[in-house]
Design a protein around this ligand. Structure first.
Ligand code: PLP
Length: 399
């Protein structure tokens, strides 16, 4: 009987609402892009997609997906090891490995799957995993599945990481896990220092570069390239759902032995369907585009620098950095919520993030810039920020 549970669930839902934590889904009537139309007819400049290179709604991706659909079909109705591997799946894995400079790579249904399928293959009760406190939920969940000693260090705090590595000195293996980019702040992990410590304490390094691959570094190869730690990171995970096309899919790129063992043992790989051919074909096309030209990357960097500078000029406080995640700090939780609502009435979609997603008193509007944004899009977005700022205050001017 569902009746008792129904009441309990209704109470839990009410609690979510009362805590101001209810999430509402905006229903788009259009493709993903710099400007979108919602079901209520409103046309908005989109400042909250992970569509960094503008590929999500790009006809080039749709064309590549169509071509793969025609040649390879819609789906394979199988996991990889039974009858779910086509030539394009191996081609994409090899291509990702070459692009990132690793020995091999393995595809997953998502980066969430990649992270939940990684740790339990590599770590047993004899081992230790040392994780940045701000790591993505999928890393946290992946680590929950292991019996290894689990240690957490303060965000990007290298002294604390060193202490935790010392605590883990009795373990058979040590693995440091970090996001390449911390998604609420747009801050980049200090990979050279992490790799130095890893060498000193005989640890492996795992970096989830979902918010960096395709956009950071001169070749778009992500944080190892942009921080100068290329070749020193043992395991890279990432998504095809952000800069690399924006549909779905994820991967682990690493040493040959790691990838081979994942193919044998990783549960989300073994027991979940193969990535659909249209996505694989489009991901290959996305990598072609990225390697053929730096144009989208350069456009993104120029857009980001311009937007960061302009927001500062109108008196808003922006967390420093170069990443297209541009957090506009408001502090007060209610102000952040109202600011986001008012931006929407000014034609801009940008979400407010409040406690517990970010620390109390550190509420913000997180904006994300895209190569698809035109000058006019960004100028209009800044004008909206200025108008709302004038009405509500907040930010560096202290109004
Ligand atoms: C977006 C993201 C993921 C999830 O990627 P999916 O492919 O959508 O599952 C995992 N890790 C990080 C750091 C991310 O930003």
């Amino acid at each position: 009987m569902f009746d008792t549970v129904k009441d309990q669930l209704a109470e839990e839902l009410a609690a979510v609402r009362d805590a101001g934590m209810e999430k509402h889904e905006a229903i788009l009537e259009t493709r993903q892009g710099a400007r979108i139309t919602l079901q209520d007819g409103s046309e908005l400049i989109n400042l909250c997609a992970n569509n960094y290179l503008g590929l999500a709604g790009d006809p080039a991706m749709a064309d590549a997906a169509h071509a793969a659909l025609d040649q390879w079909g819609f789906g394979l109705a199988s996991v990889r090891f039974i009858c779910g591997t086509q030539e394009i799946h191996r081609r994409l894995e090899e291509r990702i490995a070459t692009f990132l400079g690793t020995e091999d790579a393995i595809l997953f249904g998502s980066c969430f799957d990649a992270n939940t399928g990684l740790f339990e293959v590599l770590l047993t009760a004899d081992d230790a995993v040392i994780s940045d406190e701000l790591n993505h939920a999928s890393i946290i969940d992946g680590i929950r599945l292991v019996k290894a000693q689990r240690l957490r260090y303060r965000n990007s705090d290298m002294a604390d990481l060193e202490t935790k590595l010392q605590e883990a000195s009795g373990a058979r293996r040590r693995l440091i896990a970090t996001d390449g980019v911390f998604s609420m702040d747009g801050y980049i992990a200090n990979l050279p220092a992490i790799c130095d410590l890893a060498e000193r304490y005989d640890a492996m390094v795992m970096v989830d570069d979902s918010h960096a691959v395709g956009i950071l570094g001169p070749g778009g190869r992500g944080t190892p390239e942009s921080t100068g730690a290329g070749g020193r990171v043992d395991i890279l995970t990432g998504t095809l759902g952000k800069a690399i096309g924006g549909a779905s899919g994820g991967y682990v790129a690493s040493r040959r032995e790691v990838v081979e063992l994942l193919r044998q043992r990783s549960r989300p790989y073994l027991f979940s369907n193969t990535v659909a051919p249209p996505i694989v074909g489009a991901a290959l096309a996305a990598l072609d585009l990225l390697e053929a030209s730096g144009e989208r990357r350069e456009r993104l960097a120029a857009n980001t620098a311009w937007f960061r500078e302009r927001l500062g000029q109108i008196g808003l406080e922006v967390l420093p950095g170069e990443h297209p995640i541009v957090p506009v700090m408001l502090g007060d939780e209610n102000l952040a919520v109202r600011f986001s609502e008012e931006l929407r009435s000014e034609g801009v979609l940008a979400v407010g993030f409040t406690y517990p997603v970010v620390p109390r008193g550190r509420a913000r509007i997180r904006t994300q810039i895209s190569a698809a944004h035109s000058d006019a899009d960004l100028e209009q977005a800044v004008a909206a920020f200025a108008a709302v700022h004038a009405r509500l205050g907040g930010g560096a001017s202290g109004a």
